[in-house]
Design a protein around this ligand. Structure first.
Ligand SMILES: Nc1ncnc2c1ncn2[C@@H]1O[C@H](COP(=O)(O)OP(=O)(O)OP(=O)(O)O)[C@@H](O)[C@H]1O
Ligand SMILES: [Mg+2]
Length: 252
């Protein structure tokens, strides 16, 4: 039996725009399991990013509960949730949110400030991550001196620096070319292989193949839930066909 790491109960998220209520996530009951690489797919506007923000405590839910490791994060104080995010969660968001007045190296290091982690280990980890994501030569640059894809890779290093229990990623390969996208996915696969949990939103079939579970979101509800073998354990062509058929049946 897999352990549940994140659980939602009757999760609702609504926005009020021009006096009108829009219900985006609708009474969602969802379990995310520890050690899974969970992929979230669905058409544009279906609520994927909104769901990711709610699951990770980045945004307040409208009603319902979200449990992280058994603790209701919707009842946590801002300070507690900040601590949880910093120590246990990593994020790569659709809009890249680097700190403009810190350089690449400092941006990646920023989540480690005020943590009790061993500085030598952190230094080694940052060098490894920068090398893998081809950022070593850019370490002194500032965000406004970098391309979209480079900034995306900095955001990925930063999300991984504290070895989060859960890594959340919203379209992490969206701004990257194919080989850079593959490097990022290889890192995610490794993170998953090491036992960390990954929750990734993507439109990219190739990225989705890395998961061992695909959730399909339609109109704020879960419309499909596909279990896959671990990446690399089965025939890739067959895996691709399984995922493609699942998505086609959902109207993707
Ligand atoms: N802060 C907000 N205020 C008002 N409406 C919002 C807000 N954030 C999202 N929405 C609305 O919620 C709906 C879902 O948005 P969301 O960003 O979750 O979609 P998505 O599935 O991630 O789409 P995409 O694939 O295009 O990224 C959209 O109709 C959007 O306009
Ligand atoms: Mg989105």
């Amino acid at each position: 039996m897999k352990k549940t790491i994140i659980q939602t109960q009757l999760l609702c998220k609504s926005f009020i725009t021009d006096g009108e209520i829009n219900n985006i996530i609708k009474n969602m009951d969802l379990n995310i399991y520890e050690g899974d690489f969970t992929v979230i797919m669905g058409s544009s506007g279906s609520g994927k990013s909104t769901l990711l923000y709610s699951l990770s405590g980045m945004d307040q839910v409208t009603t319902g509960k979200v449990f992280f490791d058994g603790e209701d994060i919707t009842r946590m104080k801002e300070k507690e949730i900040t601590k949880l995010r910093k120590e246990k969660l990593g994020f790569v968001f659709q809009g890249i949110n680097l700190i403009p007045n810190l350089n690449v190296y400092e941006n990646i290091l920023s989540p480690t400030y005020k943590t009790k982690k061993d500085r030598k280990q952190i230094e080694k980890r940052i060098q490894d991550l920068m090398e893998k994501l081809e950022l070593t030569n850019h370490k002194s640059k500032f965000p406004n001196q970098m391309s979209g894809g480079q900034k995306q890779r900095v955001a990925i290093c930063r999300a991984l620096i504290n070895e989060p229990k859960v890594l959340f990623a919203d379209e992490p390969t969206g701004a990257l070319n194919s080989s850079q996208g593959d490097s990022v996915l290889d890192i995610f696969t490794k993170v998953h292989g090491d036992g960390q949990s990954v929750v990734m939103v993507t439109h990219d079939l190739k990225a989705a193949l890395r998961g061992n579970r695909i959730l399909y979101i339609k109109d704020g509800r879960i419309d499909g839930d596909l279990a896959l073998a671990e990446y690399g354990t089965d025939d890739l062509a067959q895996r691709e066909e399984t995922v493609y058929k699942f998505l086609k049946a959902k109207g993707w």
